[in-house]
Design a protein around this ligand. Sequence first.
Ligand code: ADP
Ligand code: MG
Length: 203
Amino acid sequence: MFITFEGIDGSGKSTQARLLAEALRADGLDVVLTREPGGSPGAEEIRRLVLEGDPDRWSPETEILLFTAARRDHLERTIAPALAAGRIVICDRFADSTRMYQGLSRGDLRGLVDQLHALMIGREPDLTFLVDIDPTVGLARAKGRQGTEERFEDMGLAMQERMRAGFLALAREFATRFRLVNGARPTEDVAAEILSLTRAALA
Ligand SMILES: Nc1ncnc2c1ncn2[C@@H]1O[C@H](COP(=O)(O)OP(=O)(O)O)[C@@H](O)[C@H]1O
Ligand SMILES: [Mg+2]
């Protein structure tokens, strides 16, 4: 079972991915918790190139290639071996984030993203949680984190609004694997819903 978390900045993806991994491990399941961009040594190096520095550092096309290169390495070295060994893989962001951020926010390049995905990745998650939140709340939470990985956070509220709408559209496009979860609730309530949806999918 390959599970991913998607949504805008500050929606609670990383928090919920970690809580789900802990809960499934407490059930005795073998879980690999990983993230994108990154999740393998080579992809973590690419992560720094795409998440730090000037927002205009890369052209949209170059950026798509970097994200796809990182994903390919992550899939080869971390995700595919874990799934082949029968483990549950939980990934904080995956290809849907590229469909959104690189496919729509940086020009209408969704077609290019999909072509590269088909050529180089060719794998969708079994289950995807879209943690949905008002961008005003999400941005305030994200800013509170005080990190250096802010290339995309700096895109501002209007872009986050478009991203939210785009993620909701993706959830409709891939309706069988997506589960829409309201992230504007206490952490434990969101986690309980995600755990019960995951148990249902595993059963
Ligand atoms: N349900 C919640 N209610 C309030 N704060 C939250 C909630 N979920 C996460 N947070 C906090 O908001 C910030 C962003 O959460 P995070 O999980 O890092 O979001 P994301 O990975 O989607 O950007 C963190 O400081 C986290 O502790
Ligand atoms: Mg996160």
